[in-house]
Ligand binder design. Sequence first.
Ligand code: OXD
Ligand code: MN
Length: 594
Amino acid sequence: MKINIPLSEWTAHSSLRAWIGDAIRKCKPKSVHLCDGSSEEFDKIAAEMVKKGSLVPLSKRPGSFWCHSHPDDVARVEECTYICSKSKEDAGPTNHWREPGEMKEHLRSLFSGCMQGRTMYVIPYCMAPFGSPLAHVGVEITDSPYVVLNMKLMTRMGKEALSQLEDGEFIPGLHSVGVPLEEGEDDVPWPCNPKERIIVHFPEEKSIYSYGSGYGGNALLGKKCFALRIASVMAKEKGWLAEHMLILGLTNPEGEKKYIAAAFPSACGKTNLAMLTPTLPGWKAECVGDDIAWMYFGKDGRLYAVNPEAGYFGVAPGTSMKTNPIAMRTIERNAIFTNTAYADGDVWWEGLSETPPPNLINWQNKPWDGKSPAAHPNSRFTVAMAQCPALDPAANDPAGVPISAILFGGRRHGVTPLVVESLSWNHGVFMGASLSSESTAAVKGEVGKLRHDPFAMRSFCGYHMGDYFAHWIEMGKRGAASKLPRIYSVNWFRRDSKGKFVWPGFGENNRVLKWIFERTSNRAAANSTPIGYLPAPEALDLSGLTVDLQSLFSIDQSAWKEETEKLKSYFQHFEMHFPKELEDELQCLEERLS
Ligand code: OXD
Ligand code: MN
């Protein structure tokens, strides 16, 4: 077995060396590559993948590549994702569970010899800016060179991350595509093993195992597995928050700046909101993060947020110079495009331009038939955040940014209005717990079906969701009451009776954010309604825009009564873990509605 540098030279950390040694003995790779995170390393691995036919260089985008996956490895697979806590009760009703010993046994047999004929890569990475009170190191072992390239773009990866570790602990993540190669056997461009696919988390020992998939959140273990599922457990234990939220800096024409965090389910426009181009004169928006926020209360009693990631894994379809010019400029170079369409040295997807380019190759590397989607609906771009022209100057600040408002949003064609402010922190937590959204292609399964997605964390909370709600209630007591962020529910997706979107969205969301910005300084008027505070008619800046306010803000009493009935039965799933404070909120809402 070949190794690029002796393990003892690479790290002095004995438990890390022992874990790598165990992985080598178990997985039996042909060679081992200990990553340093350099650009030379990236270029070398990319060149090898190009030679193998796994990546296609894009002549029209310097340093960029096109990649197409196996047709059955295109999204996160919730049905194969497990939280193996010691007790089933601790995983709660939103997670799949298997007894840890039994699962370990299963994993032992899956991983045994699984890297034969392949290179094992060892990737040290740091989640959150170096020096942050929340920074934590993870190490991913993988047999996928695609994962190495993506982790380089998405995280602070390599030597510097490793150097943070000397006396600290690390989160181990073992990943394999699950396709060992016999001597002399040819590889395929996207090896994966959909039949045996499994993604497992052990929350007590804080370790991750992923087998059989090479795609996104299934394989890039720093993202959903560590920064959300495992980190949510760490956050509960240590009194902070790990959330599926973007972080955005907003500056008003007078130069005052505030930060907003916002939770939306997967593929509901977090990246677009995080990279908003304001439409109101004099407003500026800057991006701290587009998917995950780690938040803690500072000594001053304010809530601070850091983005644990260092790159974006954004949904490509629908992204264009009209909808998200900042993303378009971010991906002009040094980006990886997975499952988009391809033509003439460049990529394409539905929504990028009105007419597709000639000679289009679809996401499965076949000539496009002109009918089926040319790009897969969950096709993605991966790119480092350093390339974002609207990157917030504090994006790498170890202390994070102070949060003034938290938004919860879903994709709902009716019921929830454009924006509502909660009556209190606990009512805001209730809004988060009540979030429902129409499902998207980010998860394998049916699209467009309304499902409960509390805090947009349904797939990402590593413990009992009822305890997670209670943790949010508790966190509200940690901050200084007068400095707690205000909490809002938003819905950009309301439709009229003909099924047309009522709100233009994208840059125009600036108008809603302006109201929120001013509310957090008590400068904007609101009307009290049974569901919370709605903007007073003149308080929402609609200058130059014609919209049907009635369709955006109407509160349909009977639909809300039905909503509360549905919530009541949904919340029963959480049994004794459902906090009394949220029961009270539900009851008060019912009373206000009657
Ligand atoms: C993502 C997701 O990739 O939520 O961010 O699916
Ligand atoms: Mn996400």
